[in-house]
Design a protein around this ligand. Structure first.
Ligand code: ADP
Length: 232
């Protein structure tokens, strides 16, 4: 089943800078896909269009059955319920505990109050941080903060998890711990994962599908297990 489809997508920013040119691709349910490419190649623009932070100038984007390109602001919540997003800088709320950060994500989508507690503890357990539920983010290491951000992103059981350089601020061994968690989420929950990264070591180790962007174009689509490092 196709979960993400882009057809002939173009994006030019209002200042005239072109970011994406004639991009078409499809991603199936359950896939784990890396998006790589040099700085300015369009990686962030691509994923921002998937969660409707940016709109394409032209073309069609369908995410989890929702036509995203022309989605009205008032309907964006329908899309966001299908997606979890993880950022390089975690974006946790500093005044809330780990538990409250995750619970908040469920409260804003109107989850049933009686179910929130159990669900929060379940996802914290999934990322190995149940014992830190009462801690505040500034008392956690970077890797732990990112694990909380992952727990928050999956709390609502999204079909798709979008990760924008989730290991960008972390040491190599901590990065691999984050990758183990993402792999587990992909395999055990069947969540489709899209991850932007600069870290070729991770890409080589994971042996997943790899999309390569260059100057706003998709220049390579390596099937699972076929990626080899090349200069583009
Ligand atoms: P990457 O994530 O691969 O570094 P981006 O998607 O951020 O690439 O950027 C692609 C191109 O779009 C670059 O030329 C960048 O300068 C430009 N760009 C990105 N965001 C904006 C913006 N908000 N306004 C104008 N140009 C932008």
């Amino acid at each position: 089943m196709e979960l993400i489809t882009l057809k002939n997508v173009y994006k030019t920013y209002p200042n005239g800078v072109g970011a994406i040119y004639d991009l078409s691709l499809s991603i199936e349910k359950g896939e784990f896909v890396f998006i790589i490419g040099g700085s300015g190649s369009g990686k962030s623009t691509l994923i921002k269009m998937l969660y409707r932070e940016e709109k394409p100038t032209r073309g069609e984007i369908i995410v989890g059955g929702v036509k995203v390109a022309n989605l009205k602001n008032s309907k964006v919540y329908k899309l966001r319920r299908k997606l979890g997003v993880v950022f390089q800088d975690y974006k946790l709320l500093p005044k809330l505990t780990v538990y409250e950060n995750v619970a908040f994500a469920l409260e804003v989508v109107g989850a049933d109050n009686s179910k929130i507690r159990g669900r929060v503890l379940e996802v914290l357990d999934k990322v190995g941080l149940k014992h830190k539920a009462k801690s505040y983010p500034d008392k956690l290491s970077g890797g732990e903060q990112q694990r909380v951000a992952i727990a928050r992103a999956i709390a609502n059981n999204p079909k798709i998890l979008i990760c924008d350089e989730p290991t960008g601020n972390l040491d190599p061994n901590i990065s691999m711990e984050i990758m183990d968690i993402l792999k587990k989420i992909n395999e055990e929950l069947g969540t489709t994962i899209l991850m932007v990264t600069h870290d070729i070591t991770i890409v080589e180790k994971m042996k997943k599908r790899v999309l390569v962007l260059k100057e706003g174009r998709l220049v390579k689509d390596y099937k699972e297990g076929t990626y080899k490092h090349e200069e583009f």
